[in-house]
Design a protein around this ligand. Structure first.
Ligand code: UTP
Length: 222
């Protein structure tokens, strides 16, 4: 299978070298039988730098560019953990990623106005992926923000259309914290790519999100 992962920056950044090696090992194991693409998020560094730049009067697009820099920095850290298995240069376009001869390709953000979830959904379209796995800091998609609303319930399955509706309600500023960005939701909807949203800090979710049996949210057309 061709698998595209969106790996939240909070999952990798701040981890010690041993934990990074555990992620690299899990990806290498999957790469024995599958072609793997990983899009790494910006996490804490992105948010910190964006906040500071915004306080200094930077525009939103400038803040996005800082965020992209952070995602690429985190991507390089994963490349360091993967060693020979992945190219040392982070692809600067979807075509470059798609044409790479490596079994594992790691990339970060590309264009302002979106997040790495959108990059991963577009990359999934570009490479004709069998599945998209969004490994993030929440364990699935909820009916409401579980941190603010104790009655929020996790959805086992959801249609791409419902995902778009939910994504449209979220704020779209540089570094904004939302389960999924609106562009990513629209791409998932138009391509119909089977998508899993899983807790990325649980390492086995990389495999379960791809092969089934995870406890997150599965997004698929009705
Ligand atoms: P992330 O993809 O990390 O966003 O990009 P996020 O929602 O904070 O994801 P987590 O928390 O890592 O899972 C960080 C910021 O970088 C900019 C945006 O401002 C985004 O909020 N960015 C990233 C872009 O503008 N374009 C991209 O292609 C990627």
């Amino acid at each position: 299978m061709k698998l595209v992962y969106s790996l939240g920056g909070s999952i990798l950044a701040g981890k010690d070298p041993q934990s990074l090696q555990i992620y690299a090992k899990a990806l290498n194991e999957l790469a024995e039988t599958h072609r793997i693409f990983v899009v790494v998020g910006g996490g804490r560094i992105a948010r910190e730098y964006i906040e500071k730049a915004r306080a200094l009067g930077a525009s939103e697009i400038f803040c996005d560019q800082i965020g992209i820099g952070a995602t690429r920095l985190n991507a390089l850290l994963l490349v360091a953990a993967l060693g020979e298995a992945a190219p040392q240069d982070i692809p600067a376009s979807y075509s470059e990623a798609a044409q790479s001869p490596y079994r594992i390709v790691v990339m970060g953000g590309l264009a302002p106005g979106q997040t790495t979830d959108a990059v991963s959904a577009l990359l999934a379209e570009r490479v004709g992926a069998d599945r998209l796995i969004i490994a993030t800091s929440v364990d699935g998609i909820y009916t409401a923000d579980p941190e603010k609303d104790p009655s929020a319930q996790k959805l086992k399955t959801m249609t791409p259309h419902a995902l778009v509706r939910l994504a449209m309600e979220t704020e779209m500023k540089a570094g904004s914290r939302s389960p999924i960005d609106p562009l990513a939701a629209k791409i998932i909807e138009r391509s119909g790519i089977p998508t899993a949203v899983v807790l990325g800090s649980k390492i086995e979710n990389l495999r379960l999100g791809a092969l089934g049996g995870h406890s997150g949210t599965e997004i698929r057309p009705e």
